[in-house]
Design a protein around this ligand. Structure first.
Ligand SMILES: Cc1ncc(COP(=O)(O)O)c(C=O)c1O
Length: 393
């Protein structure tokens, strides 16, 4: 069986970084490690400003607060995403409006989003699902036309780009997560990117107890919280960022290989990789599974067969978010989402750590699928010969 690359990945450099923070005595607060990481993360994503935070949920809440989005306001979100995209809207006191996704990318269906805009709509939160940027050629003008704040949920999209421009600060503000499973991680963590200096100050203030950057420690002109990242996390993330581009290239090469290899199977359709995304983080490699292509084998059984051949996978989100008890109306407004419903039934996710494997290892995936198909064919032949009263081969 294939031994897949593990995650997280680290080496002596993380140890050195942690030791430096230890010896500096600057473990929290506005430490040097924090500033160094924020500048490097902003630079990598061609953004003017980066404000780090404890995780990618509170960073979204901070974005809503800094954009003055709250009670009485509606925020458009995709129905197929992680809970936090919508729970953060609720935590800010606003109402999420759930909109369907595109069947080929699982990103926000922008036409459906436009149709869902009401007088109360203040913001739209495209999620760059699995690392593929949403169609920003259409989304950004839509935001402008309707005077909406665009908050990119880039939790899956470290280093992704659209027409050569890194995501994160292409809307008004973008939010990243460094949770344990993300493409860059410090166990937990988050960051906000923006090109708007005034917005950056409000974000900074919200994350730093309502202080102002030029005020004193016990001066709190705004309402805010303490959502800061520690020096430990910042030091680890600085090193993880150094590894990002090499890993990005590897994941993209693996994805190209899998697209090519899996295209031969009628029952498996990978999500499309829009060519306008020169860089695609591939936080996940997502297949759309059709039991008809595997003699009626259910998705759950297909995944068990993969598992038995050493290929770990996930069925992904179990339900569209409007079915989560805390997010059903009247806590939200829901528009028809047949594609999101289907995605919960058909998706199979492969984790980004698999994509770090070399091609020879990755070949185990199409080989496993071929093997499952061969088994299914044998089974069907046996059943047929049994039905005809013959002897099974
Ligand atoms: C799309 C999306 N948004 C937001 C989050 C929240 O990030 P965190 O877990 O760092 O709070 C996550 C991941 O966990 C996510 O996948």
């Amino acid at each position: 069986m294939v031994e897949w690359p593990g995650w997280p990945q680290w080496d002596e450099r993380e140890l050195d970084g942690l030791r430096q923070v230890l010896e500096s005595g600057s473990w929290g607060g506005y430490s040097e490690a924090l500033g160094t990481f924020e500048r490097a993360f902003a630079e990598r994503h061609a953004a003017r400003r980066c404000i780090s935070a404890m995780n990618g949920t509170v960073s979204l809440v901070a974005a809503f607060a800094a954009c003055e989005i709250g009670p009485g306001d509606e925020v458009i979100v995709p129905a197929y995403t992680f809970f936090a995209t919508a729970s953060a809207v609720r935590l800010a006191g606003a109402t999420p409006v759930f909109v369907d996704i595109d069947p080929d990318t699982y990103n926000l269906d922008i036409g459906a989003a436009e149709a869902a805009i009401s007088e109360s709509t203040k913001a739209i939160v495209p999620v760059h699902f699995a690392g593929l940027p949403v169609d920003l050629d259409v989304l950004l003008p839509l935001g402008e036309r309707h005077g909406l704040v665009v908050i990119e949920d880039a939790a899956h999209a470290h280093g992704s780009s659209w027409r050569g421009r890194p995501v994160g600060a292409l809307g008004h503000v973008g939010s990243f997560s460094f949770q344990a499973n993300k493409n860059m991680t410090a166990g937990e963590g988050g960051a906000l990117l923006t090109n708007d200096d005034a917005l950056a100050e409000r974000l900074w203030s919200y994350v730093n107890q309502g202080r102002s950057p030029d005020g004193s420690w016990y001066e709190h002109p705004h309402l805010g919280s303490n959502l800061r990242l520690t020096g430990w996390q910042a030091a680890v993330l600085r090193i993880q960022l150094d590894r990002l581009d090499q890993q990005l290239e590897r994941r993209m090469a693996s994805s190209r290989f899998l697209h090519e290899q899996l295209a031969q199977f009628a029952g498996l359709r990978p999500l499309l990789w829009d060519e306008r995304a020169e860089s695609h983080a591939h936080h996940l490699f997502v297949l759309r599974y059709d039991p008809a292509g595997f003699g009626g084998l259910s998705r759950a059984d297909f995944r068990l067969e993969l598992e038995a051949r050493g290929i770990p996978s996930s069925a992904g989100y179990g339900m569209p978010l409007y079915r989560q008890q805390s997010l059903t109306p009247p806590a939200s407004r829901v528009t028809p989402c047949p594609v999101a419903e289907r995605a919960c039934e058909e998706a199979i996710w492969l984790g980004h750590n698999l994509l770090l494997a070399e091609e020879a290892q990755l070949a185990a995936i199409p080989e496993a699928v071929e093997d499952i198909l061969t088994d299914r064919r044998r089974l069907a032949e046996r059943a047929e010969s049994h039905r005809q009263g013959g002897v099974a081969a």
